[in-house]
Design a protein around this ligand. Structure first.
Ligand SMILES: C[S@@+](CC[C@H](N)C(=O)[O-])C[C@H]1O[C@@H](n2cnc3c(N)ncnc32)[C@H](O)[C@@H]1O
Length: 276
């Protein structure tokens, strides 16, 4: 999710009772046709929310002073590199990458996000495509990227082995994957401790607060720590660096309560992995 200061300044999201529908229902999406693109978790969450998200993500403390500095700190030199920005949203990362010398292909499953990313990166070496990351990225060649980034998108995808294998196909040997996601401890302790078992990978739901009114309903998949790392390892990646980020020092002045909270307990987890 995207880093959401709460209305009370403590929890970025409010949990609501988990979705009871079998997540397997969502696997009826078999290709990237336009109709399917509106019927998976990520597109349902973001198609009607893209403008609100885009308006906030540049400055929201969870993103600007916590998640993005952590992810950027994990990136290798990007100048002259070919980068896939998976789940690009309104294109902030793509813009940064292109401004720092990379050539970028950006994909997102929400049509309005694609438009926003195109607008933001106009004139830069960024090609933005509409695509569902739950499906093969047909049209992108094997070993055509040096780096794949996937910030705050993977929790909308149930099968990480499938998406990691696809990232592995697209990366050159030794290429890197950098992603951020919800920290499973945060998900469990702050939001979903009422669920039957921490060890499940399951569809849950919550409301984003901090994007104005009304709070925005989202669905996503929570999963345990072992599933995060084993899905990566079993897809041929070597774990290179793990960050449980701390907030940027600047947050102490601008949002002291959140600064204390994020120094006290994790919210996101950031990983850099190497394609073996
Ligand atoms: C929280 S936003 C993150 C956007 C961007 N990475 C950032 O950090 O600013 C999640 C994005 O993932 C996209 N997304 C979710 N599920 C997706 C999927 N299965 N395929 C492609 N994009 C997806 C959403 O449309 C949304 O733009």
């Amino acid at each position: 999710m995207s880093g959401f200061p709460s209305t009370d300044g403590f929890n970025p999201m409010t949990a609501i009772p988990a979705i009871t529908r079998d997540p397997g229902d969502l696997q009826t999406c078999h290709n990237n046709s336009m109709s399917d693109l509106h019927d998976f978790v990520g597109a349902r969450n973001y198609s009607g929310f893209a403008d609100r998200y885009a308006a906030a993500v540049g400055t929201k403390p969870h993103n600007a002073l916590y998640e993005r500095p952590a992810v950027l700190s994990l990136l290798p030199e990007v100048r002259g590199r070919r980068v896939l920005d998976a789940g690009c949203g309104p294109g902030l990362y793509s813009e940064w990458l292109a401004q720092h010398g990379a050539t970028v292909v950006a994909v997102d499953g929400a049509p309005r996000m694609v438009e926003l990313a195109q607008e933001r990166t106009r004139g830069l070496p960024v090609e933005v495509r509409l695509a569902n990351l739950e499906e093969p990225l047909d049209g992108l060649a094997d070993a055509s990227f040096d780096l794949v980034i996937a910030p705050l998108v993977l929790s909308y995808i149930r099968d990480w082995r499938k998406v990691f294998r696809e990232f592995g196909r697209l990366l050159v040997k030794g290429g890197r994957l950098v992603f951020s996601t919800e920290h499973p401890a945060f998900d469990w302790v702050a939001l979903h401790r009422d669920r039957e078992s921490y060890f499940a990978t399951e569809l849950v739901s919550a409301y984003f607060t901090g994007f104005g009114e009304p709070p925005h309903f989202i669905e996503y998949y929570r999963r345990p720590m072992e599933e995060i790392f084993n899905s990566l390892i079993e897809s041929g990646f070597l774990i290179d660096r793990v960050l449980e980020p701390r907030p940027a020092a600047e947050m102490e002045k601008t949002d002291p309560k959140l600064f204390r909270q994020l120094n006290h307990e994790p919210c996101f987890l950031c990983v850099r992995a190497l394609r073996g």
